[in-house]
Design a protein around this ligand. Structure first.
Ligand SMILES: Cc1cc2nc3c(=O)[nH]c(=O)nc-3n(C[C@H](O)[C@H](O)[C@H](O)COP(=O)(O)OP(=O)(O)OC[C@H]3O[C@@H](n4cnc5c(N)ncnc54)[C@H](O)[C@@H]3O)c2cc1C
Length: 429
C-alpha cells in the first residue's frame, strides 16, 4: 500500500470556501497572513450559494459571476489549495484530500495529507429527500454545477415547448421554502426573456406547480410574509399546492398525497441535510449529519471547529441555529476574532450568539418581501416591494464586500450592471 505524503501544512486550515468559510479565510488572511491560513475547496471558483436559483433560471451567469479562489487568496493574503476532504485524523491533526482526476478518471494529483494546528470545517449541506423514492429523477441546487446542469435542461425544454403542438411545459418544484419560492419567481422571469430571445413569435404556457407539505409556503417565516408571497405567485400563474406530500418522484412527474402530478421537469428544494461522509470523520454528528458544536463552535475534537450549514449549534428553545447565509456570516465573524486571539496565545471568552436579523425573499419582477428585526427594539418590521428587493440584493454585495473590499465590490457591481444592459439578463448558452 502506498503511503500518503503530508504535503501541506498550516496553523489554521479551513475546509470549504462557501458563504462562511471564504469570509473566515479572508478575515483571518488579512490579520495573520498566508503562512498561517490555508483554505481548501473542491471547486476552483466561488459562487455565493443563495444565487444558485438565478444560475438555474439563467438570470445569472456562473462563469461571469464566479470569483476565482486563487485571486481571492492573493487579495486577502491567505493560501488556497484545490482538493476534496475525504478523511480526518483529529488526534494526529491530519486531513486527507482525495486524489484529483481528470475528466477521463486518470489521476493527476495523488491523495494528499494536510497537517493543521486548528481545523475549521465549513462544508455546507446537500438535499434531504426524506427517503422519498425516485430522487434520481429530480434536479437539486446544491452547487453551481447542479444549477448549470438544470439550466441546460431547462433551455432545451423551453425550446421543445415553444415548438410543440400543445405549447406547454409543466414544472414541479418540491418545497415551498425560500429556495422553491425564489426559483418559481425567477423561472417566470426567465420564461418571458428566453422566449423573446430565442423564439420571439412563439408562445408556450409555463405551468409551475409549487408543492409544499405544510399548510403554507415559507412556513418558517411570519404568516404575513407567506400570504404576500403566496398571493404574488398565484397572481403570476404559479399553482401553489400546500398540504401536499410528495410520496414518489418518477420520470413523468410526482405521486403526491393529492394524486398524480405530471411534470416535464422536477426540482427538489424541500430540505437540507449535510453530507453522509461527515459521519466518517470520527466527530460527533446529529441525524442530519451535522457536526455537533459547543457555544465556541468546537466539535467533539477541541482543535476542530465547524460552522455554517454543516454545524449543529444550539440556539433558542431547543432549536438549532438555522442553515442560512447570515448564520454562516456571523459564525465567520465570531471565529475570526476567536482564532486571532488564539494565535496570539490569548483565551477568547465570549461565546457565539446567533442574532436573527430577519429574512428577505426575492419574488422576481423587482419585488421582494421579508421581515427585519429591529436592532435595538427587537421588533419585527415588514418590508415589501422594490425596497425589499434592493435589501435582498444588498446581502450579496455585503458578502462581496467581506471578501473583496468596498472599492472592488462597487466596480464589480457597476461592471455587471453594464454587462446586463449590453448582453441581456438571461444566459442562453
Ligand atoms: C437557492 C438557494 C437560495 C438561498 N437563499 C438564501 C437566502 O436568501 N438567505 C440566506 O441566509 N440563505 C440562503 N440560502 C442558504 C445559504 O446558501 C446557506 O445557508 C449558506 O451558503 C451556508 O454557507 P456554508 O459556508 O455553510 O456552506 P456553502 O456556502 O454551501 O459552502 C460550502 C463549501 O464547501 C465546499 N465543500 C463541500 N464539501 C467539501 C469537501 N469535502 N472538501 C472540500 N470542499 C468542500 C463546497 O464546494 C462549498 O464551496 C440559500 C440556499 C440556496 C441553495
Amino acid at each position: 500500500m502506498t503511503q500518503t505524503a503530508t504535503v501541506l501544512r498550516s496553523d489554521i486550515v479551513i475546509i470549504g470556501g462557501g458563504a462562511g468559510g471564504l469570509e473566515l479565510a479572508a478575515r483571518l488572511g488579512r490579520k495573520l497572513g498566508r503562512e498561517a491560513v490555508l483554505l481548501i475547496d473542491r471547486a476552483a471558483v466561488h459562487i455565493w450559494k443563495p444565487t444558485l436559483h438565478e444560475v438555474a433560471a439563467g438570470t445569472m451567469d456562473a462563469h461571469a459571476e464566479g470569483l476565482s479562489y486563487p485571486i481571492l487568496a492573493r487579495r486577502n493574503r491567505f493560501s488556497f489549495a484545490l482538493g476534496e476532504m475525504v478523511g480526518l485524523d483529529a488526534a494526529a491533526r491530519l486531513v486527507t484530500l482525495a486524489a484529483i482526476r481528470d475528466g477521463d478518471g486518470v489521476e493527476q494529483v495523488p491523495q494528499r495529507r494536510v497537517a493543521f494546528d486548528t481545523l475549521v470545517l465549513a462544508l455546507g449541506s446537500g438535499s434531504n429527500f426524506f427517503g422519498t423514492p425516485g430522487a434520481e429523477h429530480a434536479h437539486v441546487l446544491e452547487q453551481a454545477s447542479d444549477a448549470e446542469a438544470f439550466h441546460r435542461t431547462l433551455l432545451a425544454a423551453f425550446m421543445r415547448a415553444a415548438f410543440s403542438a400543445d405549447k406547454q411545459m409543466r414544472m414541479a418544484i418540491v418545497g415551498g421554502g425560500a429556495t422553491g419560492v425564489e426559483l418559481s419567481a425567477e423561472l417566470l422571469e426567465a420564461h418571458d426573456e428566453v422566449l423573446q430571445s430565442i423564439a420571439p413569435n412563439q408562445h408556450f404556457r409555463l405551468d409551475i406547480a409549487l408543492v409544499e407539505a405544510a399548510p403554507r409556503i415559507l412556513a418558517g417565516l411570519p404568516e404575513r410574509i407567506s400570504r404576500q408571497a403566496d398571493a404574488a405567485l398565484r397572481r403570476r400563474g404559479v399553482r401553489v399546492l400546500t398540504d401536499t406530500k410528495v410520496t414518489e418522484i418518477h420520470p413523468a412527474g410526482l405521486r403526491t398525497s393529492a394524486g398524480e402530478l405530471p411534470a416535464d421537469l422536477v426540482v427538489w428544494a424541500a430540505g437540507i441535510k449535510a453530507a453522509p461522509g461527515n459521519r466518517d470523520f470520527g466527530l460527533e454528528v446529529n441525524r442530519s449529519n451535522q457536526f455537533v458544536v459547543n457555544a465556541k463552535l468546537q466539535t467533539s475534537a477541541p482543535a476542530v471547529y465547524a460552522m455554517g450549514d454543516c454545524a449543529a449549534c444550539a440556539w433558542r428553545e431547543g432549536t438549532l441555529v438555522p442553515a442560512r447565509a447570515q448564520a454562516a456570516h456571523q459564525q465567520a465573524e465570531y471565529l475570526a476574532r476567536s482564532l486571532v486571539a488564539q494565535q496570539a496565545g490569548k483565551d477568547y471568552a465570549p461565546e457565539f450568539r446567533y442574532r436573527d436579523f430577519g429574512s428577505l425573499v426575492s419574488l422576481g419582477e423587482n419585488r421582494g418581501v421579508g421581515n427585519l428585526m429591529g436592532a435595538l427594539s427587537g421588533r419585527n418590521f415588514f418590508v415589501d416591494g422594490l425596497i425589499a428587493k434592493w435589501m435582498y440584493m444588498s446581502l450579496h454585495l455585503m458578502h462581496h464586500r467581506a471578501i473583496l473590499g468596498a472599492g472592488a465590490t462597487a466596480v464589480l457591481a457597476l461592471a455587471r450592471l453594464l454587462q446586463r444592459r449590453v448582453s441581456g439578463r438571461v444566459k442562453l448558452h
